[in-house]
Design a protein around this ligand. Structure first.
Ligand SMILES: Nc1ncnc2c1ncn2[C@@H]1O[C@H](COP(=O)(O)OP(=O)(O)O)[C@@H](O)[C@H]1O
Ligand SMILES: [Mg+2]
Length: 184
């Protein structure tokens, strides 16, 4: 089993982050699974499971976390063109919240895995940007978290990230996906 995590990232890859608020990662994961998987799997039988642990809110931004999970879930689906199993698991430990997205897809060859977090690296040809994992890495590092990938060729991949649990000084929970009030 190979494991990848990235080194330093160039400054231009670091996104301007939204202020930290309390986000329920289980809720974001449930939304991404229910809204994205049916549309993105193009009829392949993808069996999804959310193993939602008892976790405190994380200190981040709901929209950016939805992007992180969307990128990971799309990669998982794209690795399983004939279908398979996709699981998101969350758990808490030592002031942090962990989240693992695993699939039973193609896995990665060692040279792909070594480069997977590089900006613009893709093994999917011209239709893909190769930005999903590097953008994720920038977002997660920006909120004090990290991302690591384990993969076994022919068996599947698990991408695991962690973020700091929110502290009372972070703003109150926001409902992920709730439209903001607009004043015209
Ligand atoms: N779950 C996965 N299973 C197999 N390969 C993966 C997975 N996630 C990422 N990869 C590999 O890492 C590369 C980079 O991923 P990413 O940054 O999301 O870019 P993109 O999906 O646009 O190619 C992919 O092209 C693919 O080869
Ligand atoms: Mg991708």
């Amino acid at each position: 089993m190979l494991q990848t995590s990235a080194g330093a990232q160039p400054l231009w890859m670091q996104p301007a982050l939204a202020p930290r608020v309390q986000v329920d990662l289980n809720q974001v994961a449930a939304e991404v699974l229910s809204s994205l998987v049916p549309r993105a799997s193009h009829g392949a039988a993808v069996d999804t499971r959310l193993e939602a642990g008892a976790i405190p809110p994380v200190a981040a931004d709901a929209t950016l976390l939805r992007e992180v999970l969307t990128n990971l879930v799309l990669n998982a689906i794209e690795a399983m063109p004939e279908g398979g199993r996709l699981a998101i698991r969350t758990w808490a430990g030592a002031g942090r919240v962990y989240c693992a997205v695993s699939d039973t897809g193609t896995g990665m060859a060692p040279d792909v895995q070594r480069r997977a977090l590089e900006p613009f690296f893709t093994a999917k040809g011209l239709t893909s940007t190769g930005l999903g994992l590097s953008v994720n890495y920038g977002i997660l590092r920006g909120y004090g978290g990290d991302l690591a990938i384990e993969s076994a060729e022919g068996r599947g991949t698990t991408a695991t990230f962690h973020l700091p649990a929110a502290s009372p000084s972070d703003l109150a929970p926001v409902v992920a996906g709730a439209p903001g009030r607009r004043q015209l």
